[in-house]
Write a protein that binds this ligand. Structure first.
Ligand SMILES: [Fe+2]
Length: 291
């Protein structure tokens, strides 16, 4: 199972695409018949972000790719659990078929099989792929343990703020934040290495944008990070080198992940604009799946 893409609705899709293909560093992929803009990274996925013009910000879905048997298993367990499930054939680049599933707090995840890939882009400093998507939750603990049972995901770590969940050997592809409300927290893009993260920060500084948090290195997942509030309202992250874990990874508890006073990452060199991040983390809400 791999996290592939996030599909967003928003007003000002063209300007958002300009930012993400300009300063942020993605490449334009194609434009759909409905005007949806698809943006890709350097890796083999046909796109990482879809931007569809709408009245306001919402998440159409978050897309994972796997094989038919895995998707069928999720469909059966989700239907048993009473979750809304809709069979789907993807009209997005790469195609594929599968299901749309609505999690209990409203998050819509799409699981595709048979989705096509494209030739990687070499020699350019693009984000490679999405590395994780974090969802704000009213009950992150329950959502995460439910995702284990129904989706076959595994909890990797718990902190005071989040429950980190994996769907392969990467420490987390999803996290559920203990936010007290339901919305998109942030989207993280995998960079080739730490230098690529730092060059990305430099590109944003050149355009007048400072990190809202970072650069730093997280505890859970051990990944380096830099967070920004994008002009289109979402929180986006450059990240790299998330920890690869095995089946017997020890699931950490909040008490395993504490920091000394005034420290919120391994390096301790940056401030966090808590207010700006908290405001932006409320912008993209879930869009209910109608089955
Ligand atoms: Fe992150």
């Amino acid at each position: 199972m791999r996290l592939r893409s996030i599909e967003l609705n928003l007003s000002g899709a063209a300007q958002a695409a300009d930012f993400l293909t300009g300063t942020w560093g993605l490449a334009p992929a194609e434009t759909g018949a409905d005007g949806t803009r698809y943006l890709r990274g350097s890796g083999p996925f046909p796109y990482l972000v879809a931007l569809t013009e709408a009245d306001g910000p919402s998440i159409r879905c978050t897309t994972f790719v796997s094989d038919e048997a895995v998707v069928a298993g999720i469909a059966a367990r989700a239907r048993d659990a009473g979750w809304p499930v809709q069979d789907t054939v993807s009209a997005d680049p790469g195609g594929g078929a599968g299901i749309l599933v609505q999690l209990p707090e409203g998050e819509v995840f799409r699981f595709l099989y048979g989705a096509g890939e494209v030739a990687p882009i070499t020699g350019r400093d693009l984000p490679v792929k999405l590395t994780h998507v974090v969802m704000n939750s009213t009950d992150a603990e329950w959502t995460a343990t439910t995702a284990e049972r129904v989706l076959g995901f595994r909890v990797s770590d718990r902190t005071k703020g989040m429950v980190f969940v994996r769907c392969n050997t990467s420490h987390h592809s999803v996290a559920f934040a203990r936010a007290g409300h339901s919305s998109l927290n942030h989207v993280a893009f995998e960079m080739q290495d730490l230098d690529a993260v730092m060059r990305g920060i430099g590109r944003l500084r050149d355009s007048g944008m400072a990190p809202a948090w970072g650069p730093g290195r997280h505890g859970p997942g051990d990944n380096a990070f830099a967070y920004f509030v994008a002009p289109f309202g979402a929180v986006v992250e450059f990240s790299t080198a998330v920890e690869i874990v095995s089946d017997d990874y020890h699931v950490g508890a909040p008490d395993d992940w504490t920091w000394p006073k005034n420290r919120i990452d391994q390096w301790g060199i940056s401030d966090k604009d808590v207010a700006a991040l908290a405001a932006a983390e409320r912008n993209f809400r879930y869009r209910p799946l109608t089955v």
